[in-house]
Design a binder for this molecule. Structure first.
Ligand code: FAD
Length: 348
């Protein structure tokens, strides 16, 4: 069910098996499995996460859908099988040793801060890509996620042999050009003029024939979500067919900060089944170390949910079918009862 204010008292009183922070690709996969394992699960989703911005989902079998369709379908399925859902923002998590207390901000105005409790926590809050900050951000949103891409693995194919602008957020990020050139050699590198480029990198770009433009972008041009050019603040412009933003990302992990999970370069380190260095916290998808793809996040949800189910199942008393057991006990009692009045036939 979708939780509203009127449900908070009852739901805060109960202990969930699992709270899933984040209802994107990974969190939804985990929620569906958990609900179908007949476990009590709550998904908390703030809205407009990374998968929401995915206009086309590629490299995912069986068919191409948008991120919104993926989220809507997954949410419908999780609710159908009995998961609870809360539109809210996970602010803080406290580990009492026995359970997690998850504080959620509900509604931006007139907010409530309910605290829900669970035995296990799944962190599936992903990250968000850094975009060029233009005066008119609507102009960026018009094309970002369409033919102005943020993910080379997802969309490199879409850029095959097209004129591509690589918007690199740092000198290190310029190296993406030498991976993007697997798909297209027609690359122009843009720095937005915010950092210096060393001689070595300049020479490497020149050697590959990739122009370097070091001035701020004024706006992207095009129409109907198809970018066809980039205009600069000095009034110059270039024509492009596509673009790739390589400016890094921001992890949605503030609520995990006091839990001291093992990380590597900021990514949460997990075992095969997505268990973190805390035995009752699992991390999925983009938040953890590994490839940032929907197929991985979905598989992570499967692994984490199944590992949690196994643990809870093994710790539970076996469910027995009592009727046959009672009947068998009654039969045993009957046959053990001494027969009265019918002794063995006497001889002679
Ligand atoms: C434009 C674009 C195109 C892409 N194209 C592809 C593609 O074609 N193929 C592909 O495989 N991958 C693609 N990706 C990558 C893909 O979106 C991610 O790898 C995938 O969504 C990761 O799943 P996740 O569950 O880890 O994170 P997400 O799907 O981002 O889910 C995390 C969820 O957590 C929520 N959240 C965050 N913080 C909080 C909080 N504190 N409280 C509550 N909720 C919170 C967010 O709103 C979000 O819904 C693309 C990404 C982008 C941005």
């Amino acid at each position: 069910m979708i939780l509203k204010r009127e449900h908070f008292d009852a739901k805060q009183a109960q202990l969930y098996d699992v709270i899933v922070a984040g209802g994107g690709a990974g969190g939804l996969s985990a929620a569906v499995y958990l609900a179908r394992y007949n476990l009590k699960v709550l998904v908390v989703e703030k809205g407009r996460g990374r998968s929401f911005w995915m206009q086309d989902l590629w490299n995912y079998v069986p068919r191409v859908v948008s991120g919104k369709e993926l989220i809507e379908g997954g949410k419908e399925m999780a609710l159908h099988y009995g998961a609870d859902w809360l539109n809210g923002f996970v602010e803080a998590v406290t580990d009492t040793g026995e359970e997690f207390q998850v504080r959620v901000k509900y509604r931006f105005k007139n907010s409530d801060y309910p605290v829900f409790r669970a035995k296990y926590l799944i962190a599936a809050t992903g990250l968000i890509d850094v975009l060029p900050q233009l005066e008119n951000m609507q102009n960026v949103y018009e094309y970002a996620g369409y033919n102005l891409h943020v993910c080379l693995i997802c969309d490199g194919y879409e850029m095959t042999n097209r004129r591509a602008a690589l918007i690199a957020g740092s000198e290190k990020a310029i190296n993406t050009a030498f991976v993007l050139n697997w798909f297209t050699p027609y690359i122009t590198v843009l720095t937005l003029g915010v950092y210096p480029v060393g001689d070595e990198m300049r020479a490497k770009l020149a050697d590959h024939g990739y122009p370097l433009i070091e001035k701020p972008i004024a706006r992207f041009s095009g129409k109907d979500h198809v970018m066809d050019g980039i205009e600069f603040t000095d009034g110059t412009a270039i024509g492009v067919d596509t673009g790739l933003i390589s400016m890094g990302s921001i992890r949605h992990d503030d609520y995990l900060k006091n839990l001291d999970l093992l990380t590597d370069g900021g990514d949460i380190v997990t075992e095969y089944d997505c268990r973190t260095s805390h035995p009752r916290i699992f991390a999925l998808g983009d938040l953890k170390k590994g490839l940032n793809q929907v197929s991985i996040a979905v598989a992570d949800g499967t692994l984490a949910a199944t590992a949690i189910w196994k643990e809870i199942r093994r710790a539970s008393a076996p469910r027995k079918w009592t009727a046959p057991l009672q009947e068998a006990a009654a039969r045993a009692e009957e046959s053990a009862r001494p027969e009265i009045g019918l002794g063995a036939p006497r001889g002679g």
